[in-house]
Design a binder for this molecule. Structure first.
Ligand code: HEC
Ligand code: HEC
Length: 413
């Protein structure tokens, strides 16, 4: 069923047509797409638009927000064994070419599902080209990666292991390592009749990632509890609509529903002042269509308080800075200090709770071992995980929500 809601926002002459599209493949929840007034790039899935309904004055900005953003639906876990297997894989450096890097190295649950670095460090301390986005609530996005080159989490989960700059492995290497590392063979067989296969590795990891959803006070507010947000946060929520942020940041994840040009109303890259990189091309790298240059998937704003530094280039350290850049280059609307602080207060209300079961239980993976990349004999050693592991990855942000689980020995093979 498709419903289409439109609202007219007279204050800025901004026609805000909100198309509520069909359900997402994974979430079973609705995604919402709002076309920005300046048009969209090619490759952007357009939704149906309807004539505006209701009078402009009939509903205020907060009502608009409540229709453009949906609460995180209740988590339903169909197969907990599969989720646990995926959780283990996600945290296990055995997937990488030299047993040093896990998915969690660059997507730490202690850093909002992202990485504290501007660009992640991969195997052999290689610096990647782009900032690591959060895996939290990634299921609510219409595509994965800044440039949308993966269609969904299963598609995405195959990429990092064989990326030479990230985990530096091959599929043969991954499957062989899992085949000889207890208890993976048994764990796979208990949930997949065909055991350890590439498709099953992807599926287990994606199934785990689907549980990484983070309801927050904002969801209670969306469901009608007005007092779940403070007055400052509500003021920020209003600004989020009236300045136009919601035209791009909407849907369950407040993002992840469209590609948009970075620098919609000004030259962001000239302002940044550093040479253009290939990563700066964004969606163009996938479509090779000139109109897509500098278009990026609009990122989720859930947990954005924790996921700095910001933007695909990791160029902004603080949320205040990121908000100012957005107002100036996406909307052409410089903000006063008080407005920035209200918007930031609102964005912080999007910090949610990671389900307790998402964290790897203490002792499930082996203790840190120091692999020596110069000595291939050490490369088959048990893996390393968590803060303190010699991965070259900055372990965690200063404000840690929780300490990492202490490592314990892997049971003898
Ligand atoms: C070396 C660091 C690193 C490792 C290891 C890593 N990632 Fe990533 N991940 C990134 C970066 C950087 C991006 C963004 C790349 C891009 O968009 O071009 C990303 C993107 C993603 C995305 C897309 C999120 C979005 O909003 O588009 C998901 C999901 C993800 N990674 C999951 C994983 C999983 C699962 C693993 C392990 C199999 C993994 N990552 C391993 C750095 C890493
Ligand atoms: C025209 C569409 C558009 C509008 C309007 C817009 N944004 Fe964005 N926003 C984006 C895109 C695209 C990115 C990713 C840019 C990049 O990193 O290349 C982004 C990134 C961000 C980020 C950084 C997230 C991260 O994980 O790095 C924040 C914070 C943000 N926006 C907040 C806002 C706020 C607050 C407003 C309103 C003042 C706003 N945005 C208006 C499209 C938009």
């Amino acid at each position: 069923m498709k419903t289409v809601i439109s609202r007219l926002m007279p204050s800025f002459g901004l026609a805000l047509a909100v198309g509520v599209a069909g359900s997402l493949t994974l979430g079973g929840c609705d995604s919402v797409r709002v076309p920005p007034p300046w048009g969209e790039g090619t490759g952007t899935p357009l939704t149906e638009y309807a004539e505006p309904i209701g009078g402009p004055s009939s509903e205020g900005p907060l009502a608009v927000l409540r229709s453009a953003v949906q609460p995180i639906p209740d988590l339903v876990v169909a197969n907990t064994d599969k989720v646990r297997l995926g959780r283990r894989l996600f945290h296990d450096p055995v997937l990488s070419g030299d047993n040093t890097i896990s998915c969690a190295s660059c997507h730490s649950l202690d850093h909002g599902g992202a990485d504290a670095r501007r660009s992640s460090l991969g195997i052999h301390n290689q610096v990647g080209p782009i900032n690591s986005p959060t895996v939290l609530n990634a299921r609510f996005q219409f595509v994965q990666f800044w440039d949308g080159r993966a269609t969904d989490l299963r598609d995405q989960a195959g990429g990092p292991m064989t990326n030479a700059l990230e985990m530096g492995n091959t599929w043969d290497g991954v499957l062989a390592a899992l085949g000889r590392t207890p208890p993976y063979r048994e764990l796979f067989q208990s949930v997949y009749p065909d055991g350890v296969t590439q498709a099953n590795v992807r599926d287990a990891i994606a199934t785990y990632e689907e549980t990484l959803v983070t309801p927050s006070r904002f969801d209670r507010w969306l469901k009608g509890a007005d007092s779940a947000l403070t007055a400052d946060e509500r003021a920020g929520a209003e600004l989020f609509v009236t300045t136009g942020c919601v035209t791009c940041h909407q849907g369950v994840a407040l993002g992840g529903t469209s590609f948009q040009r970075l620098g919609a109303v000004g030259d962001y890259f000239a302002f940044r002042g550093t040479p253009l990189t290939e990563a700066d091309n964004g969606r163009y790298n996938v479509t090779h269509n000139e109109a897509d240059r500098h278009f990026f998937k609009v990122p989720t704003l859930r947990n954005v308080e924790l996921t700095g530094p910001y933007f695909h280039d990791g160029s902004r350290e603080t949320l205040e800075d990121a908000v100012r850049v957005m107002a100036r280059f996406q909307l052409g609307r410089p903000l006063e200090d008080a407005q920035v602080s209200h918007l930031v207060a609102f964005l912080k209300s999007l910090t949610g709770e990671i389900p307790a079961e998402a964290r790897l239980p203490p002792g499930e993976l082996p203790p840190p071992a120091a692999p020596n990349p110069a000595n291939p004999a050490t490369l088959g050693a048990p893996g390393v995980v968590g803060p303190g592991a010699p991965t070259g990855i900055r372990p965690a942000a200063p404000a840690l929500p929780r300490p990492a689980a202490p490592a314990a020995p892997r049971p003898a093979a």
